[in-house]
Design a protein around this ligand. Structure first.
Ligand SMILES: C[S@@+](CC[C@H](N)C(=O)[O-])C[C@H]1O[C@@H](n2cnc3c(N)ncnc32)[C@H](O)[C@@H]1O
Length: 309
């Protein structure tokens, strides 16, 4: 018997999902969300003198994510009601891998993820690139470049200027660097080094007018504050720009789920993200950078020099 939620409060629905959170599939009947174009969750909708409760597809997807389910294609019962099915997300994830350098390698679970295909990341990162005037930069350093997804997004979005900019990507994961090199084998302006960020100075790279690092500097093998200050002091031009991405999500069963994964908590906990992001913001402001924090699944810190014209 499928549960009919077309008249139920969120409190009842939440309890039902919580009790069924370990089941493989949950099927429920709800009011057709297309019945209204502007109702908010919980609004009463009257059909033939009977009251029902409105919820949008966005609400149902949010609920599904809360309990690690994904919503399947709804089935129309009639014009007023739909059947929704929620499938439990497979909990195989790269987050629990014990590997070190190859945790993010070409054969890893991580390599299946392409952030550039997630609309929210695409938008936030593209905005950060535009705000920091990537098209006018000369030398761009990417720390934790992996298979060079971030360079692909720049190439595809700033095609006209791409070949005039020198790009350098660093990652200690050999197989990811091999993949990156293949992707850009025809671009002489793009170089990759399989190297540890802890010993970056050995490469004598000089200074850059743009530095990007997404999901990397908070790695447990790096001393976040020390490495961040070292990079700003020794690798960033005074008039340069910086984009840092702090993960505020986890990847599970093909989905990106909102909320930072914290080492000692089973639930999403964001203290470390706020602490690190705010440390960088304060430090960069003292060094005369304008700093914004944007983004959802990744908190994106964008710093641009107030000295730059
Ligand atoms: C979470 S992944 C992020 C990769 C890419 N920026 C992205 O967002 O898809 C972190 C990357 O940093 C690299 N990494 C971690 N610690 C490193 C270190 N000490 N030196 C060089 N690379 C490192 C890993 O190999 C991995 O490719």
């Amino acid at each position: 018997m499928k549960k009919n939620f077309s008249k139920k409060s969120l409190s009842e629905i939440y309890t039902y999902f919580n009790n069924k959170k370990n089941e493989k599939i949950i099927k429920v009947i709800v009011l057709n969300p297309d019945i209204s174009s502007n109702a908010y969750a919980g609004e009463k909708i009257v059909i033939e003198n009977e009251e029902f409760i409105y919820r949008s597809y966005k609400s149902w997807v949010d609920l599904a994510q809360t309990f690690y389910f994904k919503m399947l294609t709804p089935k129309l019962i009639d014009e007023n009601f739909v059947e929704l099915s929620f499938l439990k997300l497979e909990d195989r994830t790269f987050h629990s891998s014990k590997e070190v350098e190859e945790k993010y390698g070409a054969d890893s679970l991580f390599s299946k993820i392409n952030k550039n295909e997630e609309p929210e990341f695409f938008h936030s990162f593209l905005q950060a690139l535009k705000n920091s005037k990537i098209n006018k930069r000369k030398r761009v350093l990417n720390l934790g470049v992996n298979n060079a997804e971030e360079f692909e997004l720049i190439r595809d979005s700033f095609n006209k200027e791409f070949s005039d900019i020198e790009f350098v990507g660093i990652d200690y994961c050999l197989s990811a660097i091999e993949t990156a090199k293949k992707k850009f084998q025809n671009n002489k302006n793009v170089k990759f080094y399989a190297h540890d960020i802890n010993t970056l100075d050995e490469l004598n790279l000089g200074k850059f007018d743009m530095i990007i690092s997404i999901g990397t500097l908070q790695s447990s093998n790096l001393d976040f504050n020390a490495i961040f200050m070292h990079i700003v002091q020794n690798y960033l031009e005074k008039t340069g720009a910086l984009i840092l991405g702090f993960p505020n999500c986890r990847w599970l069963g093909g989905e990106v789920i909102y909320g930072a994964k914290a080492p000692n908590y089973s639930f999403s906990e964001q203290s470390l993200l706020y602490k690190d992001a705010f440390f960088c913001k304060k430090y960069l402001q003292q060094k005369k950078f304008r700093v914004t924090l944007t983004g959802k699944y990744y908190t994106i810190l964008t710093a641009t020099s107030i000295r730059a014209k």
